[in-house]
Design a protein around this ligand. Structure first.
Ligand SMILES: Cc1cc2nc3c(=O)[nH]c(=O)nc-3n(C[C@H](O)[C@H](O)[C@H](O)COP(=O)(O)OP(=O)(O)OC[C@H]3O[C@@H](n4cnc5c(N)ncnc54)[C@H](O)[C@@H]3O)c2cc1C
Length: 402
């Protein structure tokens, strides 16, 4: 019996488990393979739509489904928080004190908001990044704003969905303009780095659009502390910024279980081979999605493409077909710039992003993907994604026997 254990039922974990269960039906029926998935809360949130709950008022219940309904029936599913992972004994311990032994482990527990990293930040800031409840608070808060400075942006890197803070700025500008409040409300974008987006080409495009729409950028703004009573953000660089409301993406870390298990760096990001997605030094442990320390974006599309690589490699190993797949680092991050348009940030490990133009077609594609998401995590749309991403997402070859 080969025991495949998947930790985390988000984008990466759900897809990899479903792809394995769909393909390995015969082996599972014979009792040769067993797939188990553990998730801490049993709810699956389509996180890109948190942005639309926050800035367009989308109903929060529309963006969440029970994880169990998304999983193939051949997968054993438990709602149980992982607390410790031990590579030496191939063991995982959970909050309910159960021990799971694995032959293959896939860690897909995503990332968490690190609320207390910055003094005063959490009292002053509302985030659209962590939950439907918080996204709804953002939506309620923006209805009340009539004047003053609204601060958005990034508190620290890395964080999931690199375009999200920029999208927040664009969607807020559209929101206040449509309500004829643009003369009274200023949007300020803060970032610890020299430009509004990590990629320089995309950053130039954003700067141009920010300028046209009156969004003010504060580069090299590393938040030191926030005074929620005086409503001032102090930076390490010695500047400060008053605000009426603050919707800045909080610092991110890996989940506590990873930090406690000492298998990641100091923030818990797991050192991972960028091609095979095997955890460094391990032959049977993979890290996919946000939790891996890869130099590609922490995004759902990337998590999806990584899940396919790992599923194919495990299947090939079980069936001894000799196939090996390597992830290319492909990203495909949609950026909604408001007024019905979006652009895509597309890159791989070897190809930097090209300049991209916001178009209506891009926004329609982003929306179409959101519609398809619940089917896509089931694993039945890979024929479509293969056509779209092709060899840009992975390189597969047959390994010659030694
Ligand atoms: C506002 C916003 C907008 C975004 N927009 C886009 C977009 O347009 N396009 C895009 O590609 N990506 C987007 N993303 C990013 C995308 O949602 C994430 O990168 C993606 O979900 C990562 O997948 P994952 O499986 O690694 O983590 P997640 O999907 O977060 O799943 C992690 C899972 O692990 C579980 N878990 C955590 N800790 C434990 C534990 N200790 N034990 C058991 N289970 C645990 C969690 O419950 C969760 O189910 C957006 C994100 C946000 C917040």
């Amino acid at each position: 019996m080969r025991r495949i254990l998947v930790l985390g039922g988000g984008t990466a974990g759900t897809l990899v488990a479903n792809l394995l269960a769909r393909e390995l039906g015969a082996e599972i029926m014979k009792g040769d393979v067993e797939i188990t998935l553990l998730d801490e809360d049993g709810n699956h949130v389509f996180q890109p739509n948190l942005l639309y709950t926050s800035f367009k008022g989308m109903k929060p219940e529309k963006i969440v489904r029970p994880e169990k309904k998304l999983l193939h029936k051949r997968i054993n599913f438990s709602i149980d928080r992982v607390t410790k992972i031990n590579f030496t004994n191939n063991k995982v311990i959970t909050e309910s004190n159960k021990t799971y032994i694995y032959d293959d482990l896939i860690i897909a527990v995503g990332s968490k908001i690190a609320r207390d990293e910055i003094l005063g930040f959490d009292e002053a800031n509302l985030d659209f990044h962590s939950s439907q409840e918080n996204a709804l608070k953002v939506w309620e808060r923006i209805q009340e704003i009539r004047k003053g400075k609204v601060v958005v942006g990034v508190s620290a890197f890395p964080h999931k969905c690199p375009p999200a803070p920029v999208e927040a700025a664009f969607l807020l500008e559209e929101f206040f303009k449509k309500r004829k409040l643009k003369d009274n409300v200023e949007i300020h974008f803060i970032t610890p780095i020299s430009r509004p987006y990590p990629d320089p080409t995309i950053s130039n495009t954003i700067e141009r659009h920010f300028k046209e729409r009156g969004i003010i950028i504060h580069p090299f703004f590393n938040i030191d502390r926030v005074d929620s009573e005086k409503k001032i953000i102090y930076s390490l660089e010695g500047t400060d910024l008053e605000f009426e409301a603050m919707f800045v993406v909080p610092p991110h870390k890996a989940p506590q279980a990873i930090i406690d298990s000492k298998i990641g760096d100091e923030d818990g990001w797991i050192p991972t081979d960028k091609y095979t997605l095997l955890v460094n030094g391990q032959k049977n442990v993979y890290a996919i999605g946000d939790v891996a320390d890869l130099r590609t974006s922490k995004s759902g599309v990337t998590a999806h493409l990584e899940a396919v690589v790992v599923a194919r490699n495990i299947i090939a190993d079980i069936r001894q077909t000799g196939e090996r797949c390597k992830f290319t680092g492909r990203t495909h991050c949609p950026m909604d710039v408001g007024y019905g348009k979006a652009l895509f940030v597309i890159s791989t490990y070897d190809k930097a992003a090209k300049d991209a133009k916001p178009t209506r077609r891009n926004l329609l594609m982003k929306k179409a993907f959101a519609q398809m998401y619940w089917t896509a995590v089931g694993g039945s749309l890979e024929w479509l994604f293969d056509r779209y991403f092709g060899e840009d997402a992975r390189e597969c070859f047959i390994e010659e026997p030694i």
